[in-house]
Design a protein around this ligand. Structure first.
Ligand code: ADP
Ligand code: MG
Length: 140
């Protein structure tokens, strides 16, 4: 059983929004007792996914949920855009592919930094990526 302690929606339409979202997530991670490694991991994933919403998705939003369950606290982030979508998800997640000649490590890196990762996308409709990170997590 998990309980939602709080929920915040933020829009991501410019580079400064990426900074604000990153800052908010880092503050929440510290407040909810994430250790330095988990805080760095969720903060980095937040940066990459927010940046993708802005640069690839043409802007969008993120919902930040603060969660509690028996084992500990968590953060769930849902990034949504109404952009072009991702035609080849496997390629985009494989690491090293970029449609913009950048590193192409944002998606694959983010997936490895979080405990839960879900990507839903439809060409010409948009992309939703949900990630979660917990203070204590054991893969079941
Ligand atoms: N929100 C998005 N909307 C559309 N395409 C995306 C989105 N996020 C990622 N992509 C696609 O997946 C590729 C890989 O993303 P990423 O690993 O972050 O690399 P980079 O941002 O450096 O190109 C991007 O180049 C882009 O083609
Ligand atoms: Mg990226």
């Amino acid at each position: 059983m998990e309980r939602v302690l709080g929920s915040t929606d933020m829009s991501i339409v410019c580079e400064h929004d990426v900074v604000l979202v990153r800052r908010r997530v880092r503050d929440l991670a510290e407040r909810h007792g994430f250790d330095v490694f988990a805080t760095a991991a969720i903060t980095t994933a937040t940066s990459e996914l927010s940046r993708n919403v802005w640069t690839h998705g043409g802007g969008g939003q993120v919902r930040i949920e603060e969660l509690q369950r028996e084992e500990g606290h968590g953060l769930r982030l849902t990034f949504t855009d109404q952009g072009p979508g991702i035609a080849n998800v496997q390629r985009a997640l494989s690491g090293g592919y970029s449609s913009r000649r950048s590193l192409g490590l944002g998606l694959s890196g983010s997936q490895r930094l979080v405990d839960e990762f879900e990507l839903k996308t439809q060409v010409d409709v948009g992309t939703t990526i949900t990630v979660a990170k917990w203070t204590r997590f054991s893969r079941r």
